[in-house]
Write a protein that binds this ligand. Structure first.
Ligand code: NDP
Length: 290
């Protein structure tokens, strides 16, 4: 593989192997419960991918498929049941949820000790305070990739495009905790190109194909593409292909490192989810202060 390309599959493979070894030494399997509401095809694919990784690496998973018209109250009742089930260590509610259900209310219903996605405000607060219980999966995956490739974070100027609670904001906090100087860009940022061009580490978490073009990138920058976008492709069997937020073919000529899509950040997210599930298992079996 080109030395510029950050190989998420290879790094995640090593993490899965270590997790598998660690889990094989436990008395019982760590278990994650996943709620899938409705029939969004992408969500189903993501849930199946998570289940497959659990199976391969010695984790138990319980997938609960619920109808798209389930009420918010009924969904929260189901989550409460699993909160109390001692044999379940981690809980994940696949988002997006149907429009009549408040994602915030559902996320807050998950026991913070089982919040392996690290979406609960308690866990985001602990992250913000510099004392995290869990690390948010996609942002943690990005940091692991940077570390694996020996890319220094401290004293670097990092620009994160996107400010969601899932990616942009928590990743900015993690980069800050590693002593980068942070700029967060979003849809109301004036002259975004002027900001991105200053980045030593540029992260795209926007959800728009080809959003980052080579004129937005400083020569020698490290470019992390979090985006997962489906674009039509009549040449592909499926009729579509998955691309990131970065105009890969032009940006790769200018940067020092780049993550491909697929094969970059995406698989790391699942590796971090399993790490959090093992951490939850350990915390629940060795009582701590939460
Ligand atoms: P959101 O839609 O929640 O957030 C997108 C962010 O991009 C928002 O902050 C938005 O700004 C910003 N944005 C949108 N348009 C522009 C613009 N024209 N200029 C500047 N900023 C803009 O998405 P997520 O954070 O959940 O996900 C981002 C991408 O990452 C998606 O493609 C998603 O599929 C992918 N993803 C990948 C994961 C992985 O495992 N690799 C995991 C999670 C997500 P504003 O806040 O102002 O609206």
């Amino acid at each position: 593989m080109d030395s510029k390309i950050i190989d998420g599959r290879m790094v995640a493979g090593q993490i899965f192997q270590k997790l598998k070894d660690d889990v094989s030494k436990l008395d019982k399997k760590p278990c994650i419960a996943v709620f899938l509401v409705g029939d969004d095809p992408s969500s189903r694919i993501y849930v199946n991918m998570k289940k497959k990784r659990c199976d391969e690496n010695g984790f138990d998973s319980i997938i609960t498929q619920l109808p798209g018209d389930i009420s918010q109250n009924d969904l929260i009742k189901q989550i409460n049941k699993v909160n109390k089930n001692k044999s379940v260590n981690g809980i994940l509610v696949q988002v997006p949820l149907p429009a009549h259900i408040s994602e915030e209310a559902v996320i807050e219903a998950v026991d913070p000790q089982k919040d392996v996605d690290c979406f609960h405000p308690y866990n985001l607060g602990r992250l913000m305070a510099g004392d995290p219980v869990f690390l948010p999966c996609t942002p943690a995956g990005v940091i692991v990739l940077l570390d694996y490739y020996g890319i220094h974070i401290h004293e670097k100027r990092a620009v994160v495009v996107g400010r969601s609670n899932i990616v942009g904001k928590p990743l900015s906090i993690l980069l800050l905790s590693r002593h980068a100087t942070i700029t967060i860009c979003h849809s109301r940022t004036a002259n975004i190109r002027e900001e991105t061009k200053k980045a030593d580490i540029l992260v795209a978490a926007v959800g728009k194909p080809n959003f980052i073009t080579s004129d937005m990138v400083k020569k020698g920058a490290v470019v992390i593409d979090v985006g997962i976008n489906r674009v039509e492709d009549p040449d592909s069997k499926k009729g579509y292909r998955i691309v990131g937020d970065v105009d890969y073919d032009t940006v790769i000529k200018k940067c020092e490192y780049i993550t491909p899509v697929p094969g970059g950040v995406g698989v790391m997210t699942i590796a971090m989810l399993l790490e959090n599930t093992l951490r939850a298992y350990n915390l629940q079996n060795i009582p701590t202060r939460i």
